[in-house]
Write a protein of this length. Sequence first.
Length: 110
Amino acid sequence: MENCIFCKIIRQEAPADVVYETEELLAFKDISPKAPVHVLVVPKKHLTSLDDLSAEDLQLAGKLLLGIKEVAARLGVSGGYKVLTNCGRAAGQVVDHLHFHLLAGKQFDF
Ligand code: AMP
Ligand code: ZN
């Protein structure tokens, strides 16, 4: 996707503080962190949101979940983190490339 900021990060056309990468996934620090640990885990394949996921993405969906777990372990927050994805404007989605927020290091009221 030409103008998608996360696709640009994946293509290394935009900067990011990458914490984890596989053939299919990228994890990088959120530019505007809402917690001491705030990382975004994204598929390299452009999917707009969870609504865009289909049966052909079954393996990718599993790899995303395992990737989130792996990032949490690497950041030393296993057993104490929150995972969140916003789907659509009504839920607060701003960037239209599927991403999971991995948050840790504070008390959350949601
Ligand atoms: P959402 O509201 O779920 O779409 O969240 C989008 C998230 O992406 C926000 O937390 C932003 O701070 C974050 N974000 C937007 N642009 C960038 C960027 N260039 N690098 C890192 N994080 C970004
Ligand atoms: Zn994209």
